[in-house]
Design a protein around this ligand. Sequence first.
Ligand code: A2R
Length: 301
Amino acid sequence: MKVLVTGSLGFVGPYLTSHLASSGDEVIGLDRAGPEAFDITDAAMVSEHFMSASPEIVYHLAALSHVGESWSAPEVQFRVNAEGTLNVLAACASLGVRRVVVIGSSEEYGTVDASTQLTDESTPLRPVTPYGAAKAAAEILALQMERATDLEVVCVRPFPHTGPGQTERFLVPALAARIAQAERDGGTEVVMGSRHPMRDLSDVRDVVRAYRLLGLRGESGRAYNVCSGLSTSVGSIADMLAAASTSEITFVTDPALVRAIEPPPLIGDSQLLQEHTGWEPEFTLSETLSDVLATKRSAAL
Ligand code: A2R
């Protein structure tokens, strides 16, 4: 099947394109960092690229993906993540693309009731960050388009995910890089922020399998969580990384790395995804963390 991936050169994009290709799909990747000019905020440009590619399914990943950075320019966030998605949807609908898989975020949920143990797809969207609001807007636009046209639309709300290749702006690669540095220097102390926040963390390789399965079997007009359903503290994540280290690592709290306000824990329920697609995660968290640490060791060679 001919498929197109937007945002193909980011962190997740290369994992998805290689998974799709190894599953037998003919894959076209587009990204603003690529050799051809491609910007999802330019409707005509999106349409032109999609027309010449004529894919059957589009996986729409291109976005500004850093939540913290979304505060500094909410209008740019909205232009890329919401309006850019509208341009992708409009091109798909007018060019006869059969289906689009729109990658949103668990940040769309925002504030959930403290009594909620596992957040499922029926939980109201009450985003707190500009990123979450723009992703929620994109999802509403996508589902509106699904109702109003023949385009099949599957929306996805991935919870945090990591793996080799993620930038050090994120928790796991940042900690792994510091541990790898300590191993090289013969040091033992590694700085970190608060140990208390809880995370629902998946492996990017499991996440891209979910995206493909949703492209094939997801029900059009629905949103699906992609998550581990497991709650792990940042302290436990750090301890698992330390356990994979060749050095005796001790963590030291750096107040500069402790966030002033930590959002309440958000742990997802992946039952709908599992029921509709048969998806199961394949990587344990400790495998994922060991793999990230291994790439941080080899990155310095
Ligand atoms: O921001 P850059 O220069 O790293 O490029 C990113 C690209 N991108 C765009 N492509 C076309 N037109 C645009 N206006 C535009 N703005 C950004 O999308 C990058 O190469 C890619 C997104 O990759 P990452 O930032 O590494 O995100 P990641 O972790 O791969 O997440 C994939 C999706 C995103 O929709 C996230 O919001 C969601 O999963 O969590």
